[in-house]
Design a protein around this ligand. Structure first.
Ligand SMILES: [Zn+2]
Ligand SMILES: [Zn+2]
Length: 368
């Protein structure tokens, strides 16, 4: 079959909208999904700086949602089901068996650097093969052929085209709060960076009764965080060395948890100092330089750890987040602006310039 996709051909080129071909039908355990929408995540754009480790040309996109068109069997998904697509995992390593698929031993290979050997590849109009499936989906396209394992069935009454970011960005922020920290009433949380992941953490913390401080440089992002229940704290309070003290004041003596989405060594050091004893700071953003910890920042049992995909089992957390949304307690749709897939370059610019928190790209209705 032939359909439209956004193709990234080189690290510095814009996305191009092209006709691509998929020659295979879904095999056992796979489904073909007609994409309703796909979120643009920082990890898609980071391919530009991967130094060739993520192969190009590629169809990116790893926050897709859509309707199952056909199934290769071996799954309880059927044509017409609405699904949210999440990251790929092998299903058989100790971490997958231990309900920690984000730490799958093949995570990087399956999602970022090459995909499944056996997975069908898209070809371009000249017949050249594109890079293997990205995050098990490549959903910046009208269709995606995915492992049923990564497709989470959702209720048909939900706004399908907006649900894709629940598969990665929103899952990451909310999962860190609800799973990794298991934060609850009486707990205190600092969120560094009020982007898509940070604001999802703020919302999940609000739903869980956690007192949250949001730190960001941009006033409009801070006011968004405030709208979703966080106490806003401008990041430049750090300049005078005042950030730890301000955080301690807002969190009754020190925060129990912190989530960093900025990879800023200064903010991380300041926030570690503002944690109470045995407090935890979770890192979700990729560091671009060595992280130097100042003396004393880990004293008193403080813990610094990485968190991948919110430690989530997507098939459990996504339905939970949707129930919170239905109850008005996780209003993630307010972070989304939709764009036609053909406007993906405008969406990237808006994202880079901070004009949108979470762009969602909508493919044109299939031809014929
Ligand atoms: Zn695995
Ligand atoms: Zn992502």
């Amino acid at each position: 079959m032939q359909f439209t996709a956004a193709v990234l051909r080189g690290p510095d080129t814009p996305f191009t909208i092209e006709d691509v071909t998929l020659d295979d039908e879904p095999g056992p355990g796979e489904v073909l999904v007609r994409i309703a929408g796909g979120g643009l995540c920082r990890t898609d754009l980071a391919v530009r700086r991967s130094g060739g480790r993520s192969p190009l040309p590629a169809v990116l996109g790893h926050e897709g949602s859509g309707t199952v068109v056909s199934s290769g069997g071996g799954t309880d998904l059927a044509a017409g089901d609405h699904v949210v697509l999440s990251f790929d995992s092998c299903g058989s390593c100790p971490h997958c068996r231990g309900a920690a698929p984000a730490y799958c031993e093949s995570f990087a290979a399956l999602n970022l650097f090459g995909g499944r050997e056996s997975a069908p590849r898209l070809t371009d109009a000249a017949g050249a093969a594109l890079a293997p499936r990205w995050f098990g989906q490549s959903s910046f396209a009208a269709y995606a052929l995915v492992e049923a394992r990564n497709a989470v069935r959702v209720d048909r009454s939900l706004p399908l085209e907006l649900l894709g970011p629940l598969g990665c960005g929103f899952l990451t922020g909310a999962g860190a709060v609800l799973h990794t920290f298991a934060a609850g009433p009486g707990d205190t949380l600092v969120v560094l960076g009020a982007g898509a992941v940070g604001l999802a953490a703020v919302m999940a913390a609000g739903a869980a009764g956690v007192t949250t401080v949001a730190v960001d440089r941009h006033p409009q992002r801070l006011s968004l965080a405030e709208r979703f229940g966080a106490l806003p704290l401008p990041a430049d309070a750090a300049d005078g060395g005042g950030l730890p003290e301000r955080i301690r004041r807002l969190t009754d003596g020190g925060a129990r948890y912190a989530l960093d989405t900025t990879a800023s060594p200064a903010l991380i050091n300041d926030t570690l100092r503002a944690l109470r004893p045995t407090g935890t700071l979770g890192l979700v953003a990729r560091l671009h330089a060595p992280l130097a910890l100042e003396p004393g920042t880990l004293d008193r049992g403080r813990l610094l750890r990485h968190i991948c995909e919110g430690d989530a089992v997507p098939a459990l957390l996504i339905p939970r987040l949707l129930r919170l949304w239905q109850a008005g307690r996780f209003p993630f749709d307010q972070l989304i602006r939709t764009y036609p897939l053909a406007d993906i370059n405008r969406a990237e610019r808006d994202c880079d310039e901070g004009r949108v928190v979470k762009p969602v790209l909508i493919p044109a209705a299939p031809r014929g």
